[in-house]
Write a protein that binds this ligand. Sequence first.
Ligand SMILES: *Cc1c(COP(=O)(O)O)cnc(C)c1O
Length: 395
Amino acid sequence: MSASDLPAILGGTPLRLEDPPAWPGDWPEVTAALNACLSDGSWGKYHGSNCEAFTEQLNAFHNIAETILCASGTVAVELALRGVRVEPGDEVILAAYDFKANFQNVLTVGAIPVLVDIDPASWQLDVSQLEDAISEKTKAIIVSHLHGGQVSMQPVMELAERHGVSVIEDACQATGAILDGQRAGTVGHVGVLSFGGSKLMTSGRGGAVMTDRSEIAQRIRLFTQRGNEAYPLSEMQAAVLRPQLERLDERNVVRWDSVRRLSAKLGQLTSAEGVPILRPLIDACSFASDDCPAFFKVGLQFDPERATGLTRDSFSQAMRAENVALDAGFRSLHRIHSKRRFRAVGELPNAILCDEHVLVLHHPVLLEGEHATQQIYDSAARICRHAAEVAAATA
Ligand SMILES: *Cc1c(COP(=O)(O)O)cnc(C)c1O
């Protein structure tokens, strides 16, 4: 082992000399769109053609009847809950491992979150536990596609119809993803998108609600219209989002290629006993050739015991020193909220596993191609070779 093999956190040279790529990167089309806003005055306009055109573009892209633009993905989830008439005292089912604001939104509308576990086969909401979660008070289910994975929507919809409950499909992390011929966010009664700063399409903040059901759209409009738009997306935001949507499919394909390459490489990263150390949450081989998952984050399962005593935090810290944007995933919702706030189905053991073991790789590096996936693999391998020293240095 040469001196140059030393991980950056121990004083070696980072395997990636450059910082993790910035997001959003340099987009000539976005610069042009912003310049057009400056010259036609739409940067300061209230209503206008940019929001109208972007709405139509989203409707066509998703093949959906109605899209309502709004101020954030968080607001979009709240609007979706209101759109399907979730009221105080109702129950809303969601995965125990999910975006924190989804839990908060259920409380915001006065309802009670009901937490179900994660399916260890897909690392997504465990659809087989929904039946047990449903009660007389259940009004809706929030289904989030997380960390590149996707919940199979058909069984969720069948169950929901049987019980007369609504499904809110959170596609904030999976914008543009295609599974079974359908775009993420278009199968549930209402779908939700985010245009937050780190998301696959960004205008700093922003979001959208999508639905084929006019009564849901009407209820949402009724709530947002206060003589003016109470939760608007601006003309300038719509202008910068339009060229990003045009390139979303092309970029999702590039990201998917990178994830497949990375998954294959990480399969080679094993302990001396041949146990995988860093496993992708999704099984890249389980997708059909015309599926295209989308990756806001790539979820990885890190096994500390098998990586010779390295904790998840030590490992991700060491990876960040190599200039790889790797962080811990979400906290499990039942571990960060008082038990008085929610009902849970069972002990949620897999949500606990996620809480303790999930790492997420931020998406921008996936557009960089083969050399970047190699850097990620090499960084991880080198840290594992020096596990004991890294553990000592980060303790
Ligand atoms: C980002 C995100 C949202 C919405 O977030 P905003 O930052 O409010 O746009 C909702 N759900 C999930 C799963 C997300 O990742």
